[in-house]
Design a protein around this ligand. Structure first.
Ligand SMILES: NC(=O)c1ccc[n+]([C@@H]2O[C@H](COP(=O)([O-])OP(=O)(O)OC[C@H]3O[C@@H](n4cnc5c(N)ncnc54)[C@H](O)[C@@H]3O)[C@@H](O)[C@H]2O)c1
Length: 334
């Protein structure tokens, strides 16, 4: 079911590493995690609690027996015997390169190594590895145990076979691997997210809107459309019967108007950071991070299930969920 991979290693167990550990373990894969931080064990346990709750709601009894999750005392211990290694240490090039070299030296020569980097180039991460051909980027989305997309990016020295094997493995975990055609900083999704974020920072900086008002503008409107049609298919419909060409004729010229400031970034001085942090605290209305995570997970499950019910095969991310359920049913009955 998991492309022959029965044991995976997670190097780095923060927000993303613990999300990966949960996705692996809940798909029946044994996981060994290494993180030198003092809270490593508790962060992973907290992620597992949320992830198990989500998997129970999605798959109930059909879900496979979870793999064993262990916290390793060293990087070498974690990668020993692993068929797949996911690196999720902080986004610093020097640190990632050092850790990836350590992984490369300790892991079996054909074990795949994927970096969760949000935007560093795999060709740069590969520098100095003994076996650069098995290194690629597998960029996930938080919460990793629920969101299906993983951007798969090859570097100059990555073997096409490694991309294929990683894609197959991620698919077996119910994910949607998106092979990025050209190696480019920040890949596809983070370039898009950052463009929106930059504009949002300007709106706060200029006193046009608070963080809560900006989030309302998204979540009561186009955020609902994006989850199921993205940007281009949504705009096709905005063009009416005449479709995309009409939309481009009507709104294309606006791109030359001074609507947005997407090309530069406001200075993140203390005043702006304080304003954003204080508004964000007020927006949370006393809910803790764990409360908000559970709300987010429940809402995501609701959206995924609504997309699954659309048509016989489901729609977008809902179609993937439908396939994952089917696979789990077959596995538990066979
Ligand atoms: N947070 C997100 O939404 C998100 C989404 C996609 C990808 N990413 C990427 O995932 C990676 C991790 O991000 P995060 O948000 O989980 O960060 P984080 O700060 O929550 O976790 C990083 C973890 O790495 C550990 N660490 C530090 N040095 C280490 C070492 N030498 N060996 C092993 N572990 C070590 C830290 O103790 C920490 O627990 C980054 O590359 C980031 O860009 C983050």
């Amino acid at each position: 079911m998991t492309g022959g991979i029965e044991r995976a290693a997670c190097i780095g167990g923060g927000v993303i590493g613990s999300g990966w550990a949960a996705r692996f373990a809940l798909n029946g894969i044994d996981v060994s995690l290494y993180d030198p931080g003092p809270d490593a064990g508790s962060v992973v346990q907290a992620a597992m609690v949320n992830a198990e709750r989500a998997f129970n709601r999605l798959f109930g009894n059909a879900r496979p027996a979870p793999g064993a999750l262990s916290i390793a005392g060293s990087l070498a211990e974690a990668v020993d015997g692993a068929g797949f290694i996911q690196e999720s240490v902080p986004e610093r090039l020097d640190l990632k390169q050092r850790v990836l070299r350590e992984i490369d030296a300790a892991a079996g020569a054909d074990t795949l190594i994927a970096s969760s980097t949000s935007g560093l180039l795999p060709s740069v991460l590969q520098t100095g590895l003994k076996h650069p051909e098995r290194l690629l980027v597998g960029h996930p989305f938080n919460p990793v145990y629920l969101l299906p997309l993983v951007e798969v990016v090859a570097g100059r020295d990555t073997a096409p076979e490694a991309v294929e094997r990683a894609g197959g493995f991620y698919r077996s975990l119910g994910m949607k691997p998106l092979a990025v055609r050209k190696e480019i900083d920040a890949f596809i999704a983070d370039r898009l997210q950052e463009a929106l974020w930059r504009e949002a920072l300007w709106l706060v900086h200029d006193g046009v809107a608070t963080v809560g008002e900006i989030d309302d503008a998204i979540r009561y409107s186009f955020g609902l459309r994006w989850a199921q049609m993205g940007v281009f298919q949504t705009y096709r419909l905005a063009g009416g019967e005449a479709g995309m060409r009409h939309f481009m004729e009507q709104f294309g010229p606006c791109l030359a108007w001074p609507w947005t400031k997407l090309t530069h970034v406001p200075e993140l001085d203390d005043a702006l950071v304080d304003a954003i942090a204080e508004q964000s605290d007020r927006q949370a209305e006393g809910l803790s991070v764990r409360d908000l995570e559970r709300a987010r997970d429940d809402n995501l499950i609701g959206i995924l299930e609504a997309l699954e019910r659309r048509g016989p095969a489901g729609w977008g991310a809902g179609a993937l969920l439908s396939e994952a359920r089917q696979r789990m049913r077959e596995r538990s009955s066979g």
